[in-house]
Design a protein around this ligand. Structure first.
Ligand SMILES: [Zn+2]
Length: 232
């Protein structure tokens, strides 16, 4: 009798565990960031990387740094049938923003830019944008983007971190703060030290497997960057 009860209890526990596993596996509210794709096109005389961050299933997309050729960028998004939810700007230099007015003529969407670069952006003719601050999390469509500010290249120079449930799929858009084999250009004495400290304290603490997509040049990973930056 006791043995029968144990068998029944065992079966009930198995059914309950299976039901929980089933619900977890098919939780439709759980964001699946690993589906997020990154496209890139190089624009302008300074060969700026303009990124398309998009969900391949929903086609919702963010555009990062439309540096030039706004009309061409808009055509590319339409050709890929992407639904642009916002444009994000890493910093106020015009090689990262010049294509924005033309792009917005074709595709109307909100623009987010660093609050500390507002006057720089306005001096380059960029207006009507929403601002963000250091450590803010931007929730746009299904994207959750953490803003990591590392000043020196500009006052508000910011990187965008897209965290994934699967850490091997985490992505960092580093603008001109950090490249595959160099740190961003600075202008005043001591700025390079401040920038390097910021990179070490705020970016190199991200998971080693995070892919780093810079404003110029090829992508890299936090693991690869740690190797050369340790020699500075
Ligand atoms: Zn720049």
């Amino acid at each position: 009798m006791c043995s029968d009860n144990r068998n029944i209890r065992g079966k009930l526990i198995m059914i309950a565990v299976s039901a929980i596993l089933f619900v977890c596996a098919f939780d439709v509210n759980r964001p699946l960031y690993s589906k997020t794709e990154v496209g890139c096109t190089i624009v302008g005389s300074l060969e700026t990387n303009c990124y398309f961050l998009y969900d391949d299933t929903t086609k919702k997309a963010l555009i990062i740094d439309p540096g030039s050729n706004g009309e061409k960028l808009a055509e590319l998004t339409l050709w890929k049938e992407l639904q642009v939810c916002a444009v994000l700007i890493t910093h106020g230099h015009d090689d990262h923003t010049s294509g924005l007015p033309e792009f917005l003529e074709k595709i109307d969407c909100p623009v987010y830019a660093p609050s500390k670069d507002s006057s720089l952006l306005e001096s380059n003719g960029i207006r009507g944008f929403r601002t963000f601050k250091n450590d803010e999390t931007l929730e746009i469509a299904d994207f959750r983007i953490k803003v990591i500010e590392v000043p020196s290249h500009t006052k508000g120079a910011s990187a965008f971190f897209l965290q994934s449930n699967d850490t091997s799929a985490s992505k960092l858009f580093s603008g001109d703060i950090l490249f595959a084999d160099a740190i961003g250009k600075t202008w005043e004495p001591g700025d390079d030290i401040r920038e390097l400290d910021g990179i070490r304290e705020r970016l190199l603490v991200l998971p080693d497997s995070t892919v780093v997509y810079p404003g110029h040049g090829k992508p890299s990973t936090i693991r690869e960057i740690k190797v050369w930056i340790a020699k500075w």
